[in-house]
Design a protein around this ligand. Structure first.
Ligand code: ARG
Length: 467
């Protein structure tokens, strides 16, 4: 960074007409976005090629100039892709870096590219294209994660584990059913992604600075060439709008929150105390001092990445909340938040997909835990309602007494004798023991969306047809 005094460097070649002097070093430092928006080079060049082609088609520039422009832009694309391009901070951003290089390559024709266009609609276009592509990638990655869960659910449709509320043993469920809960969550994330792609499928180019243009451009043509459904309908909104970035961050935050809850469960499940899963070596680390340890670092980092992603959403909402229409330079702060979140989310989904595919399910440990903590107490109460005709509230009370007795004796409900149970309620028969096992408990829960293996298998089939 310089000392903040103005330099007598030549004035900017893009707007030099009005400026006698170049910017202060500190101005250049705060103003430049090339350090991060160079990520948009492919979208910028694609957008410019579509724009130049349309200008020539409409007779606004000559076909010869268009050909030079398109050829020059293609050269720049390969220069950037092969790492030969020299980005300059003095040229501020990706748009001016590309345009300046074009002028060097093709001469005066380069100056015609920016006809009927502003950097305001240009950046809105480039960034929207980038976010749309990122969402398409996210959609595919979520599909892979859902597929991993469907496989594990199928494999463990009958594996009994404790279901929790308040992280206290509640009722037995199957591991397959638990996996399918995540399928629902990531399925909703994926449909949010699809809706967002729909929302942002409108082309900004041609809105110009904010008011549109007097040149006879064809915005439908550029929209089509760039793979958008149609052009945006209001030029002021077009250059003011960053909803597409906010929607990306909101979706990423919700999805990261789901990933974080799963990460937390994996951390808990992989402790020796729970021992429900064993992580593969590929997704865990050891300790440099404690040889026995296997740490769930990948899960912990997935949990932590959520903080960054949520932070990005709040950061961009805060940038946008006070901006008058239309474009303000504040909006340049949109990109780093989205780029960082996109990278974090991709990593988190990929790591989680790997963990889910690789982890060993310890069915014996799950089953042992499923039976402890009086998890079939509700089944006893339901039996009293069904077989002995008790109102549920009374059945709840009777069951509570049975649990208290078992607790006092230090045994499970199924280990109480028939005599002991009959002393609590005379109508109990030895048939009751049929419902006190964890397998009977889960098999009985056949309501739509319930934990019975038969029901879980139906849900797996429903999702397989949609994944
Ligand atoms: N680098 C700018 C951004 O990311 C491009 C748009 C600049 N527009 C302007 N009127 N200064 O927002």
């Amino acid at each position: 960074m310089g000392d903040g005094t103005s330099e007598t460097k030549s004035s900017n070649q893009m707007w030099g007409g009005r400026f006698a002097q170049g910017p202060a070093a500190i101005m250049e430092e705060i103003n430049a976005s090339i350090g991060f928006d160079k990520k948009l080079f492919a979208q910028d060049i694609r957008g410019s090629i579509a724009h130049a082609t349309m200008l020539a088609h409409q007779g606004i520039i000559s076909v010869e100039d268009k050909d030079k422009i398109v050829h020059g832009l293609s050269t720049i694309l390969s220069e950037i892709e092969s790492g030969q391009f020299e980005f300059s901070r003095r040229l501020e951003d990706i748009h001016m870096n590309v345009e300046a290089r074009l002028a060097t390559l093709i001469g005066p024709a380069a100056g015609r590219l920016h006809t009927a266009r502003s950097r305001n609609d240009q950046v809105a276009l480039d960034f929207r294209l980038w976010v749309k592509e990122e969402l398409q990638k996210t959609e595919m990655m979520l599909t892979a994660l859902i597929a991993a869960f469907l496989d594990r659910a199928e494999e463990h449709a009958e594996t009994v584990m404790p279901g929790f509320t308040h992280l206290q043993t509640a009722q037995p469920v199957t591991f397959g059913h638990h996996c399918m809960a995540y399928v629902e969550m990531f399925g909703r994330d994926r449909s949010r992604v699809r809706h967002a792609i729909e929302h942002m499928d409108e082309s900004p180019i041609g809105a110009a600075a904010l008011a549109g243009t007097g040149f006879p451009i064809d915005r439908h043509m550029t929209a089509k060439a760039l793979g958008f459904r149609e052009p945006t309908r209001n030029s002021i909104d077009t250059v003011s709008d960053r909803d597409f970035a906010l929607e990306f961050l909101a979706i990423a935050s919700i999805c990261a929150t789901h990933l974080s809850r799963l990460a937390e469960e994996i951390v808990i499940w992989s402790t020796p105390q729970f021992g429900f899963v064993r992580l593969s070596d590929a997704f865990s680390t050891g300790s440099s001092i404690m040889p026995q340890k296997k740490n769930p670092d990948a899960a912990e980092l997935v949990r932590a990445k959520t903080g960054r992603i949520n932070g990005s959403l709040i950061a961009l909402l805060t940038v946008m909340k006070g901006l008058p229409l239309a474009y303000s330079k504040d909006m340049q702060e949109d990109k780093e938040q989205v780029f960082d979140s996109a990278e974090s989310l991709e990593l988190a989904i990929a790591a989680m997909t790997g963990m889910v595919r690789d982890m060993t399910i310890r069915a014996d440990r799950m089953k042992a835990a499923a039976g402890s903590g009086y998890s079939t107490a509700t089944d006893l109460a339901d039996w009293l309602v069904r077989e002995a005709g008790l109102p549920f509230r009374d059945a709840h009370h009777v069951t509570g007494r049975a649990v208290a007795l078992a607790e006092q004796k230090g045994c499970e409900l199924a280990e109480l004798s028939l005599e002991e149970l009959q002393a609590i309620h005379a109508d109990i028969t030895d048939k009751v023991f049929d419902v006190l096992t964890v397998e009977a408990s889960v098999a009985s829960r056949t309501s739509f969306g319930g934990t019975a293996p038969s029901e879980v298998k139906k849900q797996i089939a429903w999702w397989r047809a949609r994944n």
